[in-house]
Design a protein around this ligand. Structure first.
Ligand code: NAD
Ligand code: UDP
Length: 319
């Protein structure tokens, strides 16, 4: 059986990746320090003989006994309010954490895939964003801690590839959603759905004319899986090109949830990108991949998940 280490395993994407690799017949080792993740995302795997969990902060030296075939480095705060709250940890997990994992991959002769992001394009001046766009990032703005950590992560990964001949893969993930997102992580989908469930108005930031393109988690995981098994070392965008303004999206959520509440407008956060849509030509050509889940379908599954949470979770505030 091939063995894969997944960091950030107790988080949203990491836990779905654990499920996928187990269902493909891998032995999975999950690693997390729970800084933004939750034990309950892995509870269903606790008694699975092919799953093992290690509680560890990946910015500290990582010691693993035995062989490893693949590493997927997904540990990192991913929501703007998380990385604004823990900026130093965000910089460290993208830099020191990635360095540790690249070192581990080299020692184990394992292939490593790192989770990069559409945020490397910053507030993009090119639309849609293709992999050859270098981006427009404010290095010293509040979001810079995440964006620059991820840009450094890409650079050090390519350096290990070029200098040490390490087998590396880089996925640039665009806004992805689905069950197991943290209801109070501040990202727009859990924020709107939580507000609808609590009977609060939906908070649109700015005038709501900024756009995002939302990808359902199963599609994202399929793209990541294919990229890992491909032989392509350069960054690949994985996301859904179906773009919508945040204002229209709030109206969609109002219809979906049946809430009687309305939209209210709040200040736009600093450096909030005005537009974002992936150009997925490369993923289509290279991996034969494209998203399959319509937003209406994915949102319904996600809303059903949030509806199933306890009252305590619905009213819990981290921020
Ligand atoms: P998440 O917050 O749900 O999961 C991240 C996990 O990493 C958490 O369980 C957290 O506890 C863990 N973690 C953070 N720092 C750690 C450390 N130092 N040591 C060990 N574990 C640590 O976020 P997510 O949405 O699942 O994102 C996962 C990855 O995908 C991140 O690297 C993120 O940057 C990337 N990404 C996600 C999206 C998205 O839309 N979800 C978009 C672009 C990139
Ligand atoms: N947003 C909003 N209301 C909220 C949360 C977010 O209008 O309660 C906006 C946010 O300003 C951004 C978009 O929704 O323009 C997506 O935000 P998110 O934090 O989900 O992800 P981002 O793509 O900005 O990292």
């Amino acid at each position: 059986m091939k063995k894969v280490l997944i960091t950030g395993a107790a988080g949203f994407l990491g836990s779905h990746l654990c499920d996928r690799f187990i269902s493909e017949g891998y032995k999975v080792m999950g690693m997390d320090n729970f800084i933004t993740g939750d034990k309950k995302n892995l509870r269903h795997l606790e008694s699975n003989p092919n799953f093992e969990f290690i509680e560890h902060d990946v910015t500290q030296f990582i010691k693993i006994e035995g062989e490893l075939d693949y590493i997927l480095h997904f540990a990192s705060p991913a929501s703007p309010i998380d990385y604004l709250k823990i900026p130093i940890q965000t910089l460290k997990v993208g830099s020191l954490g990635t360095h540790n994992l690249l070192g581990l991959a080299k020692a184990k002769k394992a292939r490593i895939l790192i989770a990069s992001t559409s945020e490397v394009y910053g507030d993009p001046l090119v639309h849609p964003q293709s992999e050859d766009y270098y981006g427009n990032v404010n290095t010293i703005g509040p979001r810079g801690v995440y964006d620059e950590a991820k840009r450094f992560q890409e650079s050090i990964t390519m350096a290990y590839h070029r200098f040490h001949g390490l087998e590396t893969r880089i996925v640039r993930i665009f806004n992805t959603y689905g069950p197991r997102m943290r209801l109070n992580d501040g990202r727009v989908i859990p924020a709107f759905m939580g507000q609808a469930l609590r009977g609060e108005d939906l908070t649109v930031f700015g005038d709501g004319m900024q756009t995002r393109s939302f990808c359902y988690v199963d599609d994202q995981v399929e793209g990541i899986y294919r990229l890992l098994l491909s032989d392509y070392a350069y960054p690949v965008n994985i996301g859904n090109p179906n773009e919508i303004t945040i204002k229209d999206f709030a109206e969609e959520i109002i219809k979906l949830t049946g809430t009687a509440q309305k939209v209210v407008y709040k200040d736009l956060p600093v450096d909030d990108p005005m537009q974002r849509r992936p150009d997925i030509t490369l993923a289509k050509k290279l991996l034969g991949w494209e998203p399959k889940t319509e937003r209406a379908e994915g949102m319904k599954i996600t809303f059903d998940y949030f509806k199933s949470l306890s009252k305590e979770e619905l009213y819990k505030r981290d921020h």
